[in-house]
Design a protein around this ligand. Structure first.
Ligand code: NAD
Ligand code: TYD
Length: 354
């Protein structure tokens, strides 16, 4: 068997962002062995990684991070040098409906991985890194002005963001208490290919193609800062290799959109690509009851990452949206597949019965 320079565990690699990170690392670093560990929940899909199946430096491990003993055994077996931890329950609306899954995976699962890394790396920290992927939602909600920096106090409001905030604190605690080499990144909203159609952009693309209502929460005035997923994956690569141990880096697109404005852009791009008369998709917009605890505005100051590690987003939003819509329209089988089964039940509970 080939001697690899590093053995890197990527958790949640069958999900949206994870699949882009796995692809980048497998293709860019043939001398690293990349282990994609994923439970394959509703959000995990191996079809996202079909192009990597035969790569000699790629392995898939089906496992649940909530099983602590299994995590310890996997570290013993594969001698991971690094962990890039993305596995999580990731959707705010599901966390409102069922917080416990978020506590188990996002908090207990993270601690299980920390314990495994602490135990197996205790005698030698050199070249080891636990990279925890987090979200800007831990910082809470901004008013009309200002940005989240790495110094902003945590103030999470949803069970999702509170569970991610807890996991961030635990990762820092393992660094401060046990010396575990770690780094954390907090990123803004991602969009792009392979995102599960429960999140705003792919949900609305799917509904427009099926002529279904577009459920805008409240008045559509909430603001999010959108980043193309490949730019997030590139930031993760840079931070993994050049980030300073013990540090936090904010990642953002410097690209704020009020939901209703973004939705109008999406409607117009969809009309154009589907060759429907201008204005057709906008007619599907339906204002519905607001999300409980809905954060008004997220906006990231990614100056530290740009200054220290020379990262910048590569795509303009208009290009990113066009690429994203093209991907979904060229991969309608993928959409049909993930919107059958469990999805129909979720959709009914979230949008029809409420
Ligand atoms: P996703 O829901 O698309 O993917 C999550 C993956 O984790 C899935 O493949 C799922 O099967 C796997 N998973 C869930 N529970 C597991 C468990 N118990 N054991 C093993 N695997 C499990 O999520 P995503 O949008 O790709 O987000 C990935 C990470 O990035 C998360 O940690 C999320 O908090 C963070 N993040 C996401 C965004 C965003 O906009 N999507 C922004 C910033 C940070
Ligand atoms: P989402 O994609 O769920 O990301 P997050 O809540 O993590 O930011 O939602 C993005 C924005 O879109 C958020 O303000 C909620 C809003 N939204 C809707 O208006 N309707 C929907 O059906 C969904 C899923 C989201």
């Amino acid at each position: 068997m080939k001697d690899f320079k590093k053995h890197i565990l990527i958790t949640g690699g069958a999900g949206f962002i994870g699949s882009h990170v796995v692809r980048l690392f497998v293709n860019k670093y043939p001398d690293y062995c990349i282990y994609n560990l994923d439970k394959l929940t509703y959000a995990g899909n191996l079809a996202n990684l079909k192009d990597l199946e035969d790569k000699p430096n790629y392995r898939f491990i089906k496992a649940d991070i909530v099983d602590g003993e299994h995590m310890l055994n996997l570290f013993a077996e594969h001698k991971f040098d690094g962990v890039i931890h993305l596995a999580a329950e990731s959707h705010v609306d599901r966390s409102i409906a069922n917080p416990m899954e978020f506590i188990m995976t996002n908090i207990v699962g993270t601690v299980n991985l920390l314990n495994a890394a602490k135990f197996h790396w205790q005698n030698d920290h050199s070249g080891k890194l636990f990279f925890h992927i987090s979200t800007d939602e831990v910082y809470g909600s901004l008013g009309e002005e200002g940005f989240f920096t790495e110094e902003t106090s945590y103030d999470p409001h949803s069970p999702y963001s509170a569970s991610k905030a807890s996991s961030d604190h635990l990762v820092r605690a393992y660094h401060d208490t046990f010396g575990l080499p770690m780094v954390i990144s907090n990123c803004s909203n991602n969009y792009g290919p392979n995102q599960f159609p429960e999140k705003l952009i792919p949900l609305f693309i799917n509904n427009i193609r099926n002529n279904k209502p577009l459920p805008v929460y409240g008045k559509g005035e909430n603001v999010r800062d959108w980043l193309y997923v490949v730019d997030h994956a590139n930031a993760i690569d840079i931070i993994y290799h050049k980030g300073r141990i013990g540090e936090t880096y904010n990642i953002g697109g410097n690209n704020e959109w009020k939901n209703i404005d973004l939705i109008r852009v999406l409607c117009s791009v969809m009309d154009e690509k589907l060759k429907r008369p201008a204005g057709t998709s906008e007619k599907l917009i339906t204002f519905v009851k607001d999300r409980a605890g809905h954060d008004l505005r997220y906006a990231i100051d990614s100056g530290k990452l740009q200054r220290e590690l020379d990262w910048t987003p590569s795509l303009q939003f208009e290009q990113g949206v066009s690429l994203t819509v093209d991907w979904y329209l060229n991969n309608q089988d993928w959409l049909d597949e993930v919107t059958s089964g469990e999805y129909l039940k979720y959709y009914e509970e979230q949008y029809v019965k409420r």
